[in-house]
Design a protein around this ligand. Structure first.
Ligand code: TMP
Length: 212
């Protein structure tokens, strides 16, 4: 049996990842693939416990380095318990956020720098990387307006100032520019159907899909 593929979706607040992940999972299942949808921080019991420490409370609750370590510890547990076993079993995994969020939010947003965050990822995860990363790009003001109508208290990052959100958007765009083989930058201001079509196009062009 061939190994599953690992697809990650990234972007700032309110970029529409949840809707697009649901639609992508439906499309892949229609091709006959086994698909698991998961998220970060979270996706395993321990990582969900760490998530609760990260997404609520005061914006300055953690120092930036501690925050990177917490996200990365959650990620390691998530990989060991959820993602790697699924990929080994031939299942495709769609993950709502992955290490690019740590580069963007903590590296660019909190100012630790992309290289520092990348080093921590290498120590904790080795050279494991997504097969494809879809980065949904949207102006922070638009995304934050959309995000304000959801989230039951999981809004610690949304409450960071708007300059933080501009820095992390710059971060995501820099990641997409630096790694065009792995990443596709998708304009997320279009309609749900248009964004979905762009995502399916990127997945079809970059990964081998079975004929449906
Ligand atoms: P979500 O709202 O998309 O579920 O993500 C939870 C929050 O965690 C979101 O505001 C982004 C933030 N985050 C980081 O700051 N660093 C990370 O490494 C990850 C995975 C998420």
């Amino acid at each position: 049996m061939s190994r599953g593929r690992f697809i990650t979706l990234e972007g700032g607040e309110g970029a529409g990842k949840s809707t697009q992940i649901r639609l992508l999972a439906e499309a892949l299942r229609a091709c006959g693939l086994e698909v698991v949808v998961t998220r970060e921080p979270g996706g395993s019991k321990g990582a969900e416990e760490i998530r609760a420490l990260l997404v609520s409370g005061d914006t300055g609750r953690w120092g930036p380095v501690t925050e990177v370590l917490l996200h990365t510890a959650a990620r390691r547990d998530h990989l060991e318990r959820t993602v790697w076993p699924a990929l080994e079993a031939g299942t495709w995994v769609i993950c709502d956020r992955f290490f690019d969020s740590t580069v963007a939010y903590q590296g660019y947003g909190l100012g630790l720098g992309a290289e520092y965050v990348a080093q921590v990822q290498r120590v904790a995860l080795g050279d494991f990387r997504p097969d494809l990363t879809l980065i949904l790009d949207i102006a922070p003001e638009t995304g934050l307006r959309r995000a304000a109508v959801r989230h039951g208290g999981e809004d610690r990052y949304e409450r960071m100032d708007v300059a933080f959100h501009h820095r992390l958007r710059d971060g995501f765009r820099a990641i997409a520019a630096a790694e065009p083989g792995r990443c596709a930058l998708i304009d997320a201001t279009a309609t749900i159907e248009t964004v979905q079509a762009r995502i399916l196009d990127a997945v079809t062009r970059r990964l081998d899909l079975p004929a449906s």
